[in-house]
Design a protein around this ligand. Structure first.
Ligand code: HEM
Length: 542
């Protein structure tokens, strides 16, 4: 063997020493762990076969985002632009922050961006791919969605008009009496809660609170709250860190228990309607009656029936009652907006008659207030995420199959190009807008759409027509009947909120001062069938 020159010999020896050290098990393990940590902690910049990169985004991966994730997303939107990507554990999210981008992907390319991510808690454990909202984009979803559309379409909603009208009457009447005609302040949450709950029970089961079904309804109500707590789109580390899913955590047990309860409790409620129909009782038209009537023809399993009913009953309750509460939270600090609304109501309807659902088109300022409440305080800042089915390239950026597509309503609703002075509550911005939100969501020009609170594309909220009606009746009658005044020293908080997947204001009180003597007369035209506040409290999770 040739002997090496002196310098090379030294290098050779140190190289051997390094490779021996590297070969020691401790170092190998450390390097391996470092590699794992790096791959777990830092983003992976994927490219497709043609070299298109994924949209830009933050360098780290996240196990969850803290409360108020929309604020973090908005900062990232300012840094990375209209479309960015973020890794949650090993799941890629693409966040859509601009109206044109949102429409291009979720609406125009809806055939690829209409599925759902298989979240561990919501989709796998609790709903197991059911309840429409957790179903991937497939034939089962198409069938269940068609049934939901037929039951919730604007024409079908006409059938519930009398119920909605009656409950809006009772909402105002109970507020008028319980505040002793405006003499004492009130926390409106349980009133909004009871209003929406009675609507939901009538529309879903054909009976309201105060019925024989109350004990089982009492069991059903906390389930909606538990569902909201367990299923925020960014809040559960167990959704993003696979090994946590193998552990018997309390979160996992709660998810399993909730599924069992959903099936048992909603199954019992369906059976009550079934028994009433079988005994020849004339059950009012309701969602469960429609489901029972089409069960055989549509080949719906019992689990399908229970979960579809769960979707109708829980899907739209907190969102609708939350919107009414946000409206009431805004009003005390905006007397000038109330004055304009009162002027419109007095001019168009006078004081002899109060608004009915048919007056919506004649009251553009009230409609503008509602749109502005939904813009400034959407119940879901992140809608419900969609997922992609196939690889896609958009504006030179690669979006792999099975990416979660997040509609960032917070940034969409605070887009300076679309909304002048976006952090200001100003209904005037909607005065030229003659469309309902259902109509507006179909506009070809994304920059003209009123807001994105109901989502977008093929998964857009099917409950929009009924939610719009409920909110209009509540808001227009509250304004017709009352001046909504602050309680001294207790301004409602407009920045913080409760909830992870749906948002409602922190508890607050307002003074409701009757505006004129006709309020008493109009409220006296109908009697209240007793309904339960105790159930409204359960419903709100108080
Ligand atoms: C203010 C009230 C409401 C708001 C803000 C709201 C919002 C939403 C949003 C953002 C989505 C997800 C849309 C998407 O994936 O792009 C959704 C889906 C859904 N909503 Fe609503 N919603 C409301 C009321 C209702 C009502 C009253 C019902 C039923 C009676 C309802 C039933 C549903 C169902 C079943 C889905 C799932 C649709 C699917 O995955 O195909 N919602 N809603």
């Amino acid at each position: 063997m040739h002997s090496l020159p002196k310098g090379l010999k030294a290098q050779h020896h140190s190289a051997i020493a390094v490779s021996r050290a590297l070969a020691s098990p401790g170092i190998i393990l450390s390097i391996f762990l470092l590699g794992v940590l790096l791959s777990l902690g830092f983003r992976k910049n994927l490219t497709d076969k043609d070299g298109h990169p994924i949209p830009p985004g933050p360098p780290l991966r996240y196990p969850f985002l803290p409360k108020y994730p929309e604020r973090i997303l908005h900062r990232w939107r300012n840094q990375y632009g209209p479309i960015f990507s973020v890794w949650m554990g090993n799941q890629l999210f693409v966040v859509l922050n601009d109206p044109v981008v949102a429409r291009d992907l979720l609406v125009v390319n809806g055939s690829n961006f209409s599925s759902r991510h298989n979240y561990f808690m919501k989709n796998q454990t609790i709903l197991q791919g059911g309840a429409i909202t957790a179903t991937p984009y497939n034939d089962t979803w198409r069938k269940h969605r068609r049934i939901a559309n037929s039951i919730l379409a604007p024409r079908a909603v006409e059938g519930y008009s009398a119920t909605l009208d009656y409950e809006a009457h009772m909402l105002i009447k109970s507020l008028y009496h319980d505040t002793e005609k405006g003499a004492i302040p009130v926390n409106p949450a349980r009133y909004a809660g009871r209003y929406v709950l009675n609507n939901m029970l009538s529309v879903t089961f054909g009976s309201r609170t105060g019925s024989v079904a109350d004990p089982i309804i009492k069991r059903a109500l906390p389930l909606g709250n538990e569902f909201m707590k367990l299923t925020g789109p960014w809040s559960n580390a167990v959704d993003f860190i696979t090994p946590l899913q193998w552990l018997p955590t309390s979160t996992r047990s709660r998810g399993r228990a909730l599924r069992k309860e959903f099936l048992e409790v909603y199954g019992t409620l369906i059976n009550i309607v079934k028994d009433r129909m079988a005994s020849g009782e004339s059950v009012p038209d309701c969602l469960v009656k429609s489901l029972l009537e089409c069960q055989d023809q549509e080949e719906l399993s019992w689990t399908d029936m229970c979960l579809l009913t769960t979707a109708f009953a829980t899907g739209g309750s907190h969102s609708t009652s939350g919107t009414i509460q946000w409206f009431l939270a805004f009003m005390p600090s905006h007397p000038e907006i109330q004055a304009k609304a009162h002027e419109e109501l007095d001019r168009v309807l006078g004081r002899e008659n109060w608004p009915t659902a048919e007056d919506e088109k004649r009251l553009p300022y009230i409609r503008a207030i509602i749109k502005e409440v939904l813009r400034c305080h959407s119940p879901f800042w992140m809608a419900t995420p969609h997922a992609s089915d196939r690889d896609f390239v958009y504006r030179g950026m690669y979006i792999p199959a099975k990416t979660v597509m997040m509609l960032n309503c917070y940034s969409l609703h605070h887009n300076e190009e679309r909304y002048q002075d976006p952090f200001n509550f100003n209904p005037d911005r909607y005065l030229e807008d003659n469309l309902s939100s259902t109509e507006s969501s179909k506009l070809a020009d994304a920059m003209k759409r009123d807001h994105w609170a109901f989502g977008a594309g093929r998964r857009i909220c099917p409950g929009m027509p009924i939610a719009e009606k409920e909110i209009f009746l509540a808001v227009s009658r509250l304004l017709w009947a009352f001046k909504i005044q602050p309680v001294a020293g207790e301004p409602p908080c407009l920045d913080e909120y409760e909830g992870y997947s749906g948002r409602t204001p922190l508890p607050f009180r307002v003074n409701l001062e009757p505006r004129h003597e006709q309020v008493h007369r109009v409220l006296g035209t109908r009697d209240e069938i007793p309904g339960s506040f105790e159930l409204a409290d359960e419903f709100l999770g108080h």
